[in-house]
Design a protein around this ligand. Structure first.
Ligand code: FAD
Length: 429
C-alpha cells in the first residue's frame, strides 16, 4: 500500500525515509518552491527555519537525551545533523545548507520515494501522514478542520511559562481554588501591594522579543501577552490574571493584594504552569521579572512563555496513541502539528508516525515507546487527554519516572527502554 506524506519538513522527511527503508512506497508532497511559508527561504527538504542549533548535546539535558534516543532509532534527521555539525559548544549546531542536502540525498536515493512538488489541499485515497508543520498552508487547513472539527485546529500558540514544582518556595505559596471550594487544584502565589507594584513596573520595562513581520500583532483577547495587558493600566492585571477575589491566604487569613495561580501540568506535580501568563518577554527577562513573585524567587523554568503563529491540532482529543486520527484511521499526523514544539521534537513525532503507519498497513498492533523515554513522553503528552492543551517542548518533567536526584539513572533507563522498544518493533514488523 502506498503512503502519502504531506510536507517534506523535519517530520515528513523522517517519516518518508523510515517508511521507504522498511519497504513501503511513499509519495512525498512538498509545496515549496511553488508556494512558500512566511518563514521558509529555500525549497530544501527539512529546512531549519530559524536557528541552526538542535540544542544541547548533553545526555543529562532532555534535548540531548531525545537526540540520543533518536540516534539509537537510526533517525535520518539526527544522523544528518551529526554529519554536518559545526562547532557549537555544548549544542549540536549544523551547517544548515549541508544538513538539508544530506537529508535530500538520503531521501532521493530511496527508490521507493516519489517526490511531488505541489500544494496539497485535500487528503488522498490510501494512507496519509499530514506533516505540514506550524505554518500549514491555508489550502490544507480547511481539509484538516473538516477532519478534526473546527474547534480542534488551532492557529495561534499562546503559551505561558512552566516551572519545576520542586523549585517553588512553598513558604510563599498555598494550595486552593478560588472561593476555596475545590481543595488543591491551584497553587497560589500571593503578592503584597508593594510586591505587585514592583512586579508591574519591571514587567512594563522588560525587553520583549520582536514579532516577525508575518505574525499578527493584533492579539486575540483570549491570549493577550501579560505585558500587553499591563499596558492598559496598573490595575489591569490585579483585575485579570492576578485577581485575588475568593482567595484566602492561610498565613494572613486575609485576601492577598494580588495572586499568581499555578496549575499542575502533570499528575505528580513536577511541572506547574503560570495560568494566564502568556508572554513575549525575552527568556532572560522572563526569569528576571517572574522571579519577583515571592514564591518563584528560585524558580527553575522548564518552558518559557511565547506567542507565535502555530497550526496544531488538539491531539489528546482527536488522536490515538499512534498519532492516528480516531475518526479516520487512514489519516496520521506527524511533527509540530501534533502539538510538540521544536525541530527534534517534531522529528521524533515523524519517526513515531512512520512506525505507527507501518504497524497499521501490516495489520500489527502499535505499541507506543515507553513513557520513561523522551520520545514516549512526548507522544504521551500529545495523546493523553488534558485541559487546555498547549504545545510542549521536550523536558524531564514529562518523563513518567523522573527523579532529579537520580538523573543519570533516568537517562540510562530511557536509553535502555528505547533500545528495547526498537527491538520489539523490529520483531513485530
Ligand atoms: C518562525 C519559526 C521559527 C522557529 N524556530 C525554531 C528554532 O529555532 N528551533 C526549534 O527547535 N524550533 C523552531 N521552530 C519550531 C519547529 O520546530 C519548526 O517549525 C519545525 O520545522 C517543525 O517541523 P515540522 O516537520 O513539523 O514542520 P516544517 O519543518 O515546517 O515542515 C512542514 C513542511 O510542509 C510544507 N507544507 C505546508 N503546507 C503544505 C501543503 N498544503 N502542501 C504541501 N506542503 C506543505 C512546508 O513547506 C514545509 O516544508 C520554529 C517555528 C517557526 C514557525
Amino acid at each position: 500500500m502506498e503512503v502519502n506524506v504531506i510536507g517534506a519538513g523535519l517530520a515528513g522527511a523522517e517519516a518518508a525515509y523510515q517508511l521507504a527503508k522498511r519497504g513501503i512506497d511513499v509519495t512525498l508532497y512538498e509545496m515549496r518552491p511553488l508556494r512558500t511559508t512566511p518563514a521558509h527561504k529555500t525549497s530544501d527538504f527539512a529546512e531549519l527555519v530559524c536557528s541552526n542549533s538542535l540544542k544541547s548535546k548533553e545526555l543529562t539535558n532532555a534535548h540531548g537525551l531525545l537526540k540520543e534516543e533518536l540516534r539509537l532509532l537510526d533517525s535520518l534527521i539526527v544522523g544528518a545533523a551529526d554529519r554536518t555539525a559545526i562547532p557549537g559548544g555544548k549544542a549540536l549546531v549544523v551547517d544548515r545548507v549541508q544538513f538539508s542536502a544530506r537529508v535530500a540525498e538520503a531521501i532521493l536515493s530511496e527508490k521507493r520515494v516519489r517526490v511531488i512538488r505541489e500544494e496539497v489541499d485535500r487528503i488522498f485515497d490510501g494512507v496519509n501522514i499530514i506533516a505540514t508543520g506550524p505554518l500549514t498552508s491555508e489550502a490544507l487547513s480547511g481539509s484538516i478542520k473538516t477532519l478534526t472539527g473546527e474547534e480542534n485546529l488551532h492557529f495561534f500558540d499562546a503559551i505561558s511559562p512552566i516551572v519545576d514544582g520542586a523549585s517553588i518556595d512553598m513558604g510563599h505559596a498555598f494550595f486552593g481554588s478560588r472561593y476555596m471550594n475545590d481543595a488543591d487544584d491551584y497553587l497560589n502565589c500571593p503578592l503584597t501591594e508593594a510586591e505587585y507594584n514592583r512586579f508591574y513596573d519591571e514587567l512594563l520595562a522588560a525587553r520583549r522579543v520582536d514579532l516577525r513581520a508575518f505574525e499578527d500583532t493584533h492579539y486575540f483577547e483570549g491570549c493577550l501577552p501579560i505585558e500587553v495587558m499591563a499596558e492598559r493600566g496598573r490595575q489591569t492585571l490585579a483585575y485579570g490574571p492576578m485577581k485575588p477575589v475568593g482567595i484566602v491566604d492561610p498565613a494572613t487569613k486575609g485576601q492577598p493584594y494580588a495572586v499568581v495561580q499555578l496549575r499542575r501540568e502533570d499528575m505528580a506535580g513536577r511541572m506547574y504552569n503560570l495560568v494566564g501568563f502568556q508572554t513575549k518577554l525575552t527568556y532572560p527577562e522572563q526569569e528576571r521579572v517572574l522571579r519577583l513573585i515571592p514564591a518563584l524567587r528560585e524558580a527553575v523554568f522548564y518552558r518559557y512563555g511565547s506567542i507565535h503563529r502555530n497550526s496544531f491540532i488538539n491531539g489528546p482529543a482527536v488522536l490515538t496513541t499512534g498519532l492516528q486520527l480516531k475518526s479516520n484511521p487512514l489519516v496520521f499526523f506527524a511533527g509540530q502539528i501534533t502539538g510538540v514544539e521544536g525541530y527534534v521534537e517534531s522529528t521524533a513525532m515523524g519517526f513515531v508516525a512512520a512506525i505507527s503507519v507501518l504497524c497499521f498497513v501490516r495489520g500489527k498492533p502499535f505499541v507506543p515507546p515507553p513513557p520513561e523515554t523522551t520520545v514516549g513522553a512526548l507522544l504521551s503528552y500529545v495523546t493523553t487527554p488534558r485541559k487546555d492543551f498547549q504545545p510542549m517542548n521536550v523536558n524531564f518533567g514529562l518523563l513518567a519516572n523522573y527523579n532529579k536526584k537520580r538523573k543519570q539513572g533516568v537517562v540510562d533507563n530511557a536509553l535502555a527502554s528505547i533500545a528495547a522498544w526498537k527491538k520489539q518493533v523490529e520483531e513485530t514488523l
